[in-house]
Design a protein around this ligand. Structure first.
Ligand code: F3S
Length: 431
């Protein structure tokens, strides 16, 4: 049996020794080894039982996962609080694919999707509509509160939970987060400790206008990597939480910090809960400093590589909503699209544009009159993960544009700010 370096109480040790079955013993060994690797002294019980899984796609190549899931099911394991999962990879109705693409997606890439969703349901997936990376939004309702300890993966959801909600979660890997959720424990290290939540970077924003969330997050992520930044100067531009625009800004900012770097927690002076409560006491004495002004934002944006083969050609498709959009963002985009089309004299968007949001937000949006306005623009609404569409050899041939710095980083998509994208997709540019 594995000899843990951390201290386990009798119940935890019993699980490791197999008193609750062989499957739980193996899962516990994974969790304990993970904690030992990072110097955890003990396990702590999860105070928030609802999980969130990063692995939502039944990709054929992930061969070890399917028998492992069968083993969990055979052992009768099911998450007490249930869990949500990242978005699905396919939606042929709203994200049009040609025959070859459909064939490759369904029969080769994601050929285990139905089987895997069935397995997820058996171990605790909350519902067939639980596929989104913004599980923490009120419409979805998987929303921990300040101080809660959780076992999630999906970097954009973890950084939001830690920073905006004040919950405590490490940047777990896929499957390990499921083991933690099923066992009800997390190893105590990193963001689960007070010390691990202190900032080792002081970031001072000195821009003359509110910086784009996606570029600011990218700049900070690339500078601090996995460290914790304490960001000063943004409270001039953001209203207090739970303002909807602030939530959307921090969602997009956080996803960029977590993907362009590896940030799992940030503090925003005057805005995020721990920064409001503790102020600059959160900053370590030896913290480094990074000043961001207009020129730095421009420098960072200009540094993004453009990987399209034909850089001067127009885009084949545009994805907006990575992470998934809030309802306020969908409403704002609808107004902006309608106005831009009036100005360009076009009836419909000139680029095939897919807006992505959670099934729960989509259901709310579809009930509102705004949805009819949205449809009139020719835009599409989907709940897929655009990365899973973009990131495969077949779709590399397409020129994809996006307003998401996360999607840009992980694919060959070209980044545009919201204003730039609006101008291109509505046909205003080049009129
Ligand atoms: Fe969400 Fe997929 Fe983007 S999981 S954050 S839409 S890469």
């Amino acid at each position: 049996m594995y000899q843990p370096q951390m201290t386990l109480d009798p119940k935890e040790r019993g699980i490791l020794e197999g008193k609750e079955g062989e499957t739980k013993a193996k899962m516990m060994e994974c969790l304990v080894r993970f904690g030992d690797t990072f110097g955890a002294k003990r396990l702590v019980p999860l105070t928030y039982k609802e999980g969130h899984l990063v692995t939502s796609f039944g990709i054929g190549l992930l061969t070890p996962i399917y028998p492992m899931m069968d083993t969990l099911i055979a052992a009768g394991l099911k998450a007490d609080g249930g869990f949500t999962a990242d978005p699905r990879p396919m939606d042929f109705k709203n994200v049009k694919c040609d025959l070859l693409e459909k064939l490759v997606f369904k029969k080769i890439m994601y050929n285990q999707q139905e089987h895997y969703e069935d397995q997820l349901t058996k171990v605790g997936l909350k519902s067939e509509d639980s596929f989104t990376c913004t599980c923490y939004l009120p419409e979805v309702g998987n929303t921990p509160k300040e101080g809660d300890i959780l076992s999630w993966a999906e970097s954009s959801a973890v950084v939001f939970a830690n920073s905006v909600l004040g919950a405590r979660c490490n940047r777990n890997s896929g499957v390990l987060e499921l083991f933690g959720t099923l066992l009800g424990y997390a190893p105590e290290f990193g963001f689960l400790t007070d010390e691990g939540r202190k900032a080792s970077w002081k970031v001072i924003v000195k821009c003359t206008k509110r910086p784009e969330a996606q570029i600011l997050g990218s700049a900070i992520g690339m500078k601090v990597m996995e460290d914790v930044p304490y960001v000063m100067g943004l409270d001039h531009y953001l209203k207090k939480l739970p303002d909807e625009d602030t939530i959307a800004y921090l969602k997009d900012f956080g996803a960029a910090t977590a993907s362009n770097g590896a940030v799992g927690l940030y503090h925003i002076a005057g805005i995020t809960p721990e920064a409001v409560e503790q102020g600059e006491a959160l900053i370590k004495a030896d913290a480094k400093e990074y000043v961001i002004d207009d020129a730095e934002i421009e420098r960072v944006k200009a540094s993004y590589p453009i990987m399209w083969k034909k850089k001067d050609k127009k885009a084949y498709r545009c994805f907006i909503g990575c992470p998934h959009l809030t309802i306020k963002q969908l409403n704002d985009w609808t107004d902006a699209l309608t106005k831009a089309l009036q100005e360009s004299g076009k009836k419909k968007l000139v680029i095939d544009t897919v807006f992505t949001t959670s099934p729960a937000v989509a259901a709310e949006f579809e009930k509102s009159p705004k949805y009819q306005e949205f449809l009139k623009t020719g835009a599409h609404l989907s709940s897929i993960c655009p990365l899973m569409y973009v990131d495969n050899p077949l779709t590399h041939r397409h020129r994809i544009m996006t307003t998401s710095n996360k999607l840009r980083t992980y694919s060959e998509s070209r980044y545009y700010t919201d204003v730039e994208a609006l101008s291109i997709i509505s046909g205003k540019e080049g009129k």
